[in-house]
Design a protein around this ligand. Structure first.
Ligand SMILES: O=P(O)(O)OC[C@H]1O[C@H](O[C@H]2O[C@H](CO)[C@@H](O)[C@H](O)[C@H]2O)[C@H](O)[C@@H](O)[C@@H]1O
Length: 251
């Protein structure tokens, strides 16, 4: 890609399974080698560079060394920071659900003591990676609790999340960023999981409306399954390949 194209292309990256390899402890995983540096270089030369993740912005900022040029969209777009995490804005309609999510996290810890509960502020993730036999129990519990308390249920890799019932996903984040930039000639999204499908769809929608727009949907493979492979324009074998692809685009 030449530098004129690069400066008119937007880039979006999921975090877990894309910039970071999947591991047993969500607090201990780190970005793969060169990911923060490669993204920082890309941010300086592209139209827009963003991480769009289910993690809170504070976690992303810490992992990516708070590079100000990279926009951070956390909790599927419920949180956002454009200054490397120094200031974080929350979607106003989601904010009132904080006490309900606090309560859900407490209930999950009490009722599913062998699961790992990750309380992320406006979302609560219940992990069963370290106890796969709990899969059905966690799914059932989350579906029941979500229905009873009016919370949304989101599935991921060996995890089920409870979220506020607001219309917000990675697709909304990507669509807003693209709509704000009519001059773009292309957009790339790197992802690996179910929650990235709406983002792939948002890129495809722009390309459908505007045939000159180049949508690149990059899926990172995982031996646990590839829920994006049917939509992908390019498949990478593992997260460790992502910085190399970025470096090639920058050459
Ligand atoms: O949108 P993402 O950045 O991909 O976040 C999706 C979920 O990622 C994390 O969980 C996943 O990665 C963990 C660490 O490798 C792994 O232990 C877990 O089994 C995976 O589901 C994160 O902890 C979740 O909160 C995110 O929803």
């Amino acid at each position: 890609m030449d530098s004129a194209q690069l400066s008119h292309t937007a880039f979006f990256f999921d975090f877990d399974g894309t910039l970071s390899a999947i591991g047993p402890d969500p607090e201990k995983v780190r970005p793969v080698d060169d990911a923060p540096e490669a993204l920082a270089s890309l941010a300086g030369r592209s139209a827009y560079c963003a991480v769009v993740s289910a993690r809170p912005v504070a976690f992303l900022a810490a992992q990516l060394h708070a590079v100000p040029g990279i926009a951070l969209h956390g909790l599927y777009g419920l949180e956002h920071s454009s200054d490397g995490g120094a200031t974080v804005s929350t979607l106003p309609e989601a904010a009132p659900y904080r006490p309900l999510i606090d309560e859900a996290a407490r209930a999950a810890a009490e009722e599913l003591p062998q699961a790992l509960v990750e309380h992320k502020g406006l979302s609560c993730a219940v992990h069963y990676r370290n106890a796969p036999e709990l899969a059905d129990a966690v799914e059932l519990w989350a579906a029941g609790y979500g229905a009873e308390h009016g919370l949304k249920v989101q599935r991921g890799r060996m995890v089920v999340e409870l979220k506020p019932p607001v219309e917000r996903d990675k697709g909304h984040v990507v669509r807003e960023a693209l709509d704000a930039r009519p001059e773009l000639v292309g957009g790339w999204f790197f992802g690996d999981d179910l929650g990235d499908r709406p983002a792939f769809a948002a890129l495809a929608a722009r390309a459908e409306r505007e045939p000159a727009f180049r949508a690149m949907r990059v899926a990172i493979a995982n031996p646990e399954g590839d829920p994006l492979s049917d939509l992908a324009d390019l498949m990478l074998d593992r997260p460790e390949e992502v910085p190399g692809v970025v470096r090639r685009l920058l050459r």
